[in-house]
Ligand binder design. Structure first.
Ligand SMILES: [Zn+2]
Length: 87
């Protein structure tokens, strides 16, 4: 079995333009929370819908974004890579 994961780097953290809830972001920037980071403060649900894929702010109960797949089935990969401690 090979341990070469060079072709799977897209399964690691690659987010360079995060999707954020505007209200969460505003509240965090205003300093009206005691959260250390916006990631810690925001509470997002993500999942598939009949339309496509939705990001929902649980804190504010509002839509953050909703992708329209327009009936297409984009490629998706649910595998995860875990870092293991070398022994
Ligand atoms: Zn929010």
């Amino acid at each position: 079995m090979t341990n070469d994961i060079s072709g799977l780097k897209y399964l690691l953290f690659n987010i360079n333009r995060p999707v954020v809830c505007t209200k969460c972001s505003d509240e965090f920037i205003e300093g009206s929370t005691d959260a250390k980071s916006l990631q810690e403060y925001t509470k997002l649900d993500v999942g598939f819908s009949d339309r496509g894929f939705q990001v929902w702010c649980r804190r504010h109960e509002l839509n953050v974004c909703h992708f329209n797949f327009d009936g297409q089935k984009p490629e998706v990969d649910f595998r995860c890579l875990e870092k293991k401690d070398p022994k």
